[in-house]
Write a protein that binds this ligand. Sequence first.
Ligand SMILES: *Cc1c(COP(=O)(O)O)cnc(C)c1O
Length: 396
Amino acid sequence: MHSHHNALGLVTASRPVQPVTLLRPHAARRAARFFVEKFPGKALYAVKANPSPDLIAILWESGITHFDTASIAEIRLVRQIAPEATLCFMHPVKPEEAIREAYFDHGVRTFSLDSLEELDKISRATNGATDLTLCVRIRVSSEHSKLSLAAKFGADPAEMKQLLIATRQVADALGICFHVGSQAMTPAAYSEAMERVRAAIVESGVTVDVVDVGGGFPSVYPGMEPPELEAYFEAIHRSFEDLPVSYSSELWCEPGRALSAEYSSLVVRVERRRGDQLYINDGAYGALFDAAHIGWRFPVVLLREPESEVRDMPFSFYGPTCDDMDHMAGPFMLPADIQPGDYIEIGMLGAYGCAMRTGFNGFGNGARVIVDDEPMASLYIEQDNESALPSNVVKL
Ligand SMILES: *Cc1c(COP(=O)(O)O)cnc(C)c1O
């Protein structure tokens, strides 16, 4: 794979016609080390956030030993890249064939569920295995998060007693898991969810061996500046210490976004300008699904040397396909003299963005290039180092 120091270096050297994904292995390594060293338990990488083989390898080499997978394809993928990794199959609704292959061919022992039907399915598919860690997913509120995960999965608190007691009889180790929704903007999201876990444990009277607080750890985007991650870890640790679980019980989490967001950004070219609308060569069917469909804002910077002296103004983007929905409202703040032929770096696309590319309309196959400058925003760079940040790091 090619490498450059930064996006401007790439653009100056090669004027790419297709969008280019920039990869920052050092940023992914730093995020992984942060979770490995500071989370008061075990951190499983949620593969769906970005299943790039190169990222999985980096996380594994940086000390992430456990992976939260949701499909048999993700299990096969991680198994190939990190044969020694511990894989957990955390989708609450799984095909029986996938459970069977996961258990017998890939050594998966940890599964999640949110219904008695799924418990039966897991028992059947594993021929009544007695070495399972089974995590019952409880529904919790998504009110503090930017993306809800409260509707589709999770047993109702009222169903938890029966489900926990039934699962306890099948499981070697019993867990409770939840997901507070993605991009949780306050640690209170976790403390409040832990109260539901406490109530479920008290009501059912079962011994719980694993408490898995799921994903939802934030990254930083324009208009979304969360408290520091340590505050989340402290709140989780405090709630966990207060739970009526055994001394030997384990605390897990499943970060996706927080481990991958800073890994990638994207270089796009402006193909046309119409007033405050820029037609760029990536969009809703490329890496900008969230920008189009849920109005997510990403940091942007014009890649031009010498830098434009003109003040910024708000722009919206159109992507390259022929679909009206290929529109990103933004606003994206860029110099008012931006022109066709200019290049823009769009930051913080390592989580979900790059994973959700499609080939619709013949677009979507750009190059990938390694860079070694800092991501456009970071939760892992010390605040007091701010004056040392390079010029592409934007103040949000
Ligand atoms: C998506 C998902 C995650 C990762 O969520 P993030 O918000 O990206 O941290 C973790 N666990 C489960 C079960 C998920 O579905």
